[in-house]
Ligand binder design. Sequence first.
Ligand code: ATP
Length: 359
Amino acid sequence: MAELRLVGLTKRFGSFTAVDDLNLCVGDGELLALLGPSGCGKTTTLRCISGFELPDEGDVFFGDKQVTLLPPEQRNIGMVFQNYALFPHMTVYENIAFGLRLRRCTKAEIHRRVCEVLERVGLSGAGERYPRQLSGGQQQRVALARALVISPSLLLLDEPLANLDAKLREEMRFYIRSLQKNVGITAVYVTHDQAEAMVLADRVAVMFAGKLAQIGPPAEVYRHPATPEVAQFIGLANFLTGSVQEILESGCKVMTSVGLVECAESRGLGVGEKVLLTVRPEAISLHRHSARVALPGQNIIRGVIKESAFLGNTVDYWVEVGDGLLVRVQGSPIDILGLGTEVDLSFSPSSSWLIPAEH
Ligand code: ATP
């Protein structure tokens, strides 16, 4: 098994920089999700790792071995794509055996390894079937088996679930995660689906415009996004612009356009510094406005419901909190509040965080 390292990886197409000085390391047996919007350079990064694209600058290391200029077939990589890329005229068995034949394995060795991997992906009885006789999920499991049968040092997956329906996609997330952990293989998983990245990955690397914006475990990136772009891309976020008014023992007070708000962190910021106080919709509680409301220790902001959307398990509200500023909040579907209702929004200092405003 190998650790993967990208050092200053840069790839240009003409004057356009698709991957811009990317530095990251994927640990032995780790699954790293490369997450970002369409066109941010995820696939190009994967192609540089696999050798189908040569970087203009920087290096790719597998363990201590520099493989930057090595052709793909000498990198011992297993790859899985969105469109499965199975050979339609070959049986499942033959599809999986293909890579082993290229490696000139003996017939007995091929049989043993194909049977073993078919069992691993739960398709033991399907060897004689053709891809067209399988469901999308089964075809993707064949593609995984074909990638794994060669005992690769690294598994690269490029949006492997994008062609599946929502329910199957959810099932397959858990399936791929447990398969990757059981095999113990180092993996890079490209997706633009944040839920997929959160479920599957040990760590998530978020990319924008060819650059790495943040890398960390899913919960950390979700709870403490480094930039407004990351906060918006992974989940939903409300921003209140303001400046630090007072540093407390445990956090700070920020003067915003809707009043003084307390935050449980201060990130080494000083008084007067401009910040974006950030809070997720699900961290905010919504109550009908009452002059007698008592919520000690909570930030309270008054507002009026301007828009709502019933989503079944929750109701999304857009609440105007002053001067056209809308805050997004999630409320209970049991007691739905009408447009124009005056409300108090409350959230605890520990459920908000600060992003320096220059980002
Ligand atoms: P998606 O999620 O849509 O696949 P991505 O994040 O994987 O997007 P890439 O496919 O890596 O993005 O592409 C990054 C940028 O580089 C895009 O703007 C794309 O148009 C450009 N690009 C990719 N390959 C080439 C190429 N061979 N020639 C010119 N431009 C390219």
